[in-house]
Design a protein around this ligand. Structure first.
Ligand code: NAD
Length: 337
């Protein structure tokens, strides 16, 4: 079993730790925290070895009665690969340390593509990460775009995409984020960075995006307009998305007409943390007008990138050379629909 370390046991890190633990070819050898908070305590209670990112804080962990196994540097020396889930910008600093130690590292979407040099999505460019040392799993929004645009591109070719991205103001636990009572063009400039980010994994796609922040914490929501190369029927798109893994068609008429109801459905699935790894697409929204496909989808920002992190590990450690096989394996272990 290959040994995986998680640097930064927060929103993404704790989910990746559990997803890796569910696989039979990978194991978590440690997770890291900067503070002795409830997440640190629960990591130890779950059985993870806890390492500290700031050695000077050892006493704080002792005072809190939270047992630690050592420092992050010690954790890294024992691992085959580290998944860096630290906040935006810290990963770029950690990259220097990982290079020094000579450990393979995966970064998250908050890091800039140019700092890492290679971005990853399981469906778009798995093979490009084969044996690579440093890879960035694209952001939650970009992963959501890629999951549905890639199979559509494969089916009938995409001439041009325009997308309006309605972004959640903050994650549910982020009490210091907003807006509370506004719709904020963010960025206020057009196009937004999301289009160029998609091109780091779907290299030949022609896309422009605009983005807004709104007062919700549950999910992002995307509105897509896709000019198609070749003529297809709406039913062909429905059939394609229906059989694409990590994508699910949902119906407003079945009571799933909003992100709130979709997250209620995720609770009913009974998964840990109510996660929804799949990208839900509203079936009623799919329509083709004058050769242009329209649809609406949502993204559970806290969890959609998690299975992609598992697949990236398999590609980088040369465990599985077939993307589809890794995707199936990850899906089965995580109970993805
Ligand atoms: P988070 O703040 O929830 O978790 C980050 C964790 O890293 C915390 O446990 C924090 O204590 C720890 N940390 C802080 N500084 C550290 C350091 N110097 N060394 C080691 N650990 C440190 O952040 P998050 O939301 O999980 O985001 C992590 C990355 O994932 C970012 O790049 C972010 O852009 C990306 N991402 C976030 C989301 C999301 O919606 N939350 C979705 C997709 C991608």
């Amino acid at each position: 079993m290959k040994k995986v370390a998680i640097n930064g046991y927060g929103t993404i890190g704790k989910r990746v730790a559990d997803a890796v633990s569910a696989q039979n070819d990978l194991k978590i050898i440690g997770v890291s925290k900067t503070k002795p908070d409830f997440e640190a305590r629960m990591a130890v209670e779950k059985g993870y070895e806890l390492y500290i990112s700031i050695p000077e804080r050892e006493k704080l962990f002792q005072e809190a009665g939270i047992e630690i196994s050592g420092t992050v540097d010690e954790m890294l020396h024992d691992a085959d690969i580290v998944v860096d889930c630290t906040p935006e910008g810290i990963g770029a600093q950690n990259l220097l340390k990982y290079k020094e130690i000579g450990i393979k590292a995966i970064f998250q979407g908050g890091e800039k593509h140019d700092n890492v040099g290679l971005s990853f999505n399981s469906f778009a460019n798995y093979d490009d990460s084969w044996g690579k040392d440093h890879v960035r799993v694209v952001s939650c929004n970009t992963t959501g775009l890629c999951r549905t645009l890639k199979p559509i591109h494969d089916l009938c070719g995409i001439k041009k995409v325009r997308a309006v991205m309605v972004r959640r103001g903050g994650d549910p636990s982020q009490v210091n984020k907003g807006p509370i009572n506004a719709v904020v063009p963010n960025p206020p400039t057009v196009p937004s960075h999301h289009g160029p980010d998609l091109k780091t994994v779907m290299y030949d796609v022609n896309i422009n995006t605009v983005a807004l922040l709104v007062p919700t914490t549950l999910m992002h929501q995307h509105n897509l307009m896709v000019e198609l190369e070749n003529q297809v029927e709406v039913d062909d798109i429905v059939e394609t998305l229906d059989k694409t893994s990590r994508v699910m068609l949902v119906k407003a008429k079945e009571g799933l007409g909003s992100t709130a109801e979709i997250m209620e459905y995720a609770k009913e699935l009974g998964r840990s943390r109510n996660d929804l790894f799949e990208i839900p697409v509203w079936q009623e929204s799919l329509n083709i007008v004058d050769g242009e496909l329209y649809y609406m989808q949502a993204v559970h920002q806290e969890s959609d990138v998690v299975p992609e992190n598992v697949d990236a590990i398999r590609a980088m450690l040369e465990i599985e050379d077939n993307a589809e096989k890794s995707i199936q394996k990850t899906n089965k272990a995580m109970g993805i629909l």
